[in-house]
Structures are given as C-alpha cells and as structure tokens.
Design a protein around this ligand. Structure first.
Ligand SMILES: Cc1cc2nc3c(=O)[nH]c(=O)nc-3n(C[C@H](O)[C@H](O)[C@H](O)COP(=O)(O)OP(=O)(O)OC[C@H]3O[C@@H](n4cnc5c(N)ncnc54)[C@H](O)[C@@H]3O)c2cc1C
Length: 308
C-alpha cells in the first residue's frame, strides 16, 4: 500500500485555493468521473492506468492524513456531509472528501457469502457474476488496499463487550474476526470518523496515488456536479457536457461555474447523489426500460419522472 499522496503528486489535486479552473473547461477529457469514493476512484485509476486522460471531480476537499484528529465534533462534518430530504424525513451522512466513504467509514472488507451469489443467479437471473469470476478482482483490491484479517489482540473495548455478551448467551461460536482494509490497527474504535493514525487502505492510500503517478489523472476537489447536457438516444442517454460549481469548502461560497466536456462520463457520487444528479438532468429520461418511475413527494402526491 502506498503511504498517502506524496507532496509532488498532491500538486495534481486542484482545489479552489490552489488553482484556477480555466484549463479544465478548455480540455476535452477522455473521461470525467464524478465522485472519488471507492466507485469513482477505482474507475478513474483503472482508466488512467490504461492511458486515458481522466478528470476526477469531488465535491469535498482533500484532507491529508495530518488533518485527521479523532475529534468527534469536528471530523464527521469535515470529512462528511449531512443532507436531509424536504421535511427532514431522511437524513443522509455521506463521505464528502477526496476518497469518499473509504476515508470516513469502518474499513471492514467483507466478501459476500455464497448465498448472495446464489440469490443473484436464481432470483435476479444475474448468473454471469459469480464468486469465482470475482475472485481475482477481490484479490487485486485486497492487495491494493492492504486487506488483512484482524487479530484478537487488536480488539477494542466495544468489541470485547460484544464478545462477552455473545459468550454469556452461548453464541460465541458464530463470532469471527473480520477482514479490514488496514495495515495494522491501534484499537481506538473511532474508525468512523477517519483514522488519525492513517492506517486505513483508503483511496488516498491505494488507488489514487498510483493513478496520479501515471500523469494521466487530474483531480479537482470542491467541485460539485450539477447536471448534464445531453440527449436521449435510442440506446440511452448520451451526455455531452457536465455543469459543475466550484465552491470554497469552508464558506460554501460559489467561486466559479462552468461545463466540462469529455468523451465519457462516469457517475459515481454515491447511491443517492448519483441518482440525484441524473434526475437534475432535464434531458435524462428516468424511465427504466418501459416502466415509468414514480417518485413520491413528501406530502404524498406522485409526479412522474421528476426530482423531488
Ligand atoms: C456508517 C457507514 C459505515 C460503513 N462502513 C463500511 C465498512 O466498514 N466497509 C465497507 O466496505 N463499506 C462500508 N460502508 C459502505 C461504503 O462506505 C460504501 O459502500 C462506499 O463508500 C460506496 O462507494 P461510492 O464510491 O459508491 O460512494 P462514496 O464513497 O459515498 O463516494 C461518493 C463521493 O461522491 C462525492 N459526491 C457526491 N455528490 C457529488 C456531486 N454532485 N459532485 C461531485 N462529487 C459528489 C461525495 O462527496 C463522495 O466523496 C459504510 C457506509 C456507512 C454509511
């Protein structure tokens, strides 16, 4: 695992503070990737390593490891962002930082058990993706992100209590030490606010530095995708440009707004925000196959195919 992003490579990470954005909107990129979590960073790295000129945009800032401090009232909002739906019915706290959820969440690296693949094959008829076909990919990711099985000596107080409870209930047989993407662990139990010891194999410690080394990857942080320009074709939606806003992360003030042109776009801004980005795109027809997607407004009246 790389030890973070070296200072020379960090120059390729643009932010509102250190660069203008003029050349970014004048370039026709081979690919533009939205979101730098495990989905976006791995896609961007794979393409950059294959020789594509890639622009990766991320809404949050780059937070080098020395900015992670285990402070409980500071880190969740510095590394994450809390969004609520209208009426505050649903709250979503998501990674909002270069590296996305890999920086802020637990670091547990589980492989789905066999019954998940069986269900995909039998219920959903997805039989081309199997445990065997994914095995080399799991192995590659595990190596790149330093996935290791935890040791009992690394168990923290909370887990020790769970183990005692399980033993008291006579259920300790089913407990196993999980695999995590860490190179060691100090047992603080505070993984969910970022690791101040920088022991996680986050995107910033694995895929991103390698991709930056190729010289093919440019990263623009504090840059929020707003909506696509494009057209609906017979084979699907074809994006031609992506409108983005660059903001000062500290104040939220808008610094610039422009459109990015690329031959291909990859939307990897998380489960909710990927959908939200497509729904904000006027020309995008959110009917899936022939079924109309109906979205509920908080008060209950349904509207076809529009963002709420
Ligand atoms: C509390 C919690 C704990 C978890 N623990 C684990 C764990 O231990 N192990 C594990 O494997 N998984 C864990 N997960 C799940 C894991 O975090 C996600 O599966 C993973 O982060 C998804 O990756 P992603 O790239 O799709 O999205 P994300 O990691 O969410 O990345 C999306 C990125 O897109 C950015 N973004 C959003 N909107 C825009 C926009 N409009 N423009 C530009 N950028 C945008 C966001 O800032 C973010 O950085 C946990 C999740 C939660 C909520």
């Amino acid at each position: 695992m790389s030890r973070g992003i070296a200072p020379l490579l960090a120059r390729r990470i643009r932010s509102s503070a250190n660069h203008g954005t003029d050349d970014i909107d004048r370039t026709l990129w081979d690919a533009c990737v939205v979101g730098s979590g495990p989905g976006g960073a791995v896609a961007a790295a794979t393409l950059a390593e294959a020789g594509w000129r890639v622009l990766l945009i991320e809404r949050g800032a780059y937070r080098p490891a020395d900015q992670l401090n285990f402070r409980f009232l500071d880190m969740p909002m510095r590394l994450g962002r809390l969004d609520v739906t209208k009426g505050a019915r649903v709250a979503l706290h998501q990674g909002n930082v270069l590296g996305g959820g890999s920086i802020i969440w637990g670091g547990v690296a589980m492989m789905p058990p066999g019954f998940v693949f069986d269900e995909w094959a039998h219920v959903s008829e997805v039989d081309s993706i199997t445990a065997d076909s994914l095995a080399p990919h799991y192995a590659y990711v595990a190596k790149t992100m330093s996935v290791t099985r935890q040791k009992i000596e690394q168990e923290n107080r909370s887990n020790a209590i769970v183990r005692q409870m399980a033993a008291a209930l006579g259920q300790s047989e089913g407990l196993e030490l999980v695999r995590r993407y860490t190179r060691g662990c100090r047992g603080t139990g505070l993984c969910n606010i970022g690791c101040g010891f920088d022991l996680k194999g986050t995107m910033a410690n694995s895929f991103l530095p390698t991709a930056l080394e190729t010289g093919n990857l440019t990263v623009q942080t504090e840059c929020e995708a707003v909506a696509f320009d494009g057209e609906q074709t017979r084979s699907g939606f074809r994006a031609t440009a992506l409108h983005v806003v660059v903001r000062d992360v500290a104040t939220g003030h808008r610094i610039s707004r422009f459109a990015i042109k690329a031959k291909a776009f990859i939307v990897a801004s998380g489960a909710i925000h990927s959908s939200a980005l497509l729904l904000r795109t006027r020309a995008f027809d959110c009917r899936l196959n022939t079924r109309k997607v109906w979205l509920q407004r908080p008060r209950g009246d349904s509207i076809p195919g529009q963002a709420v």
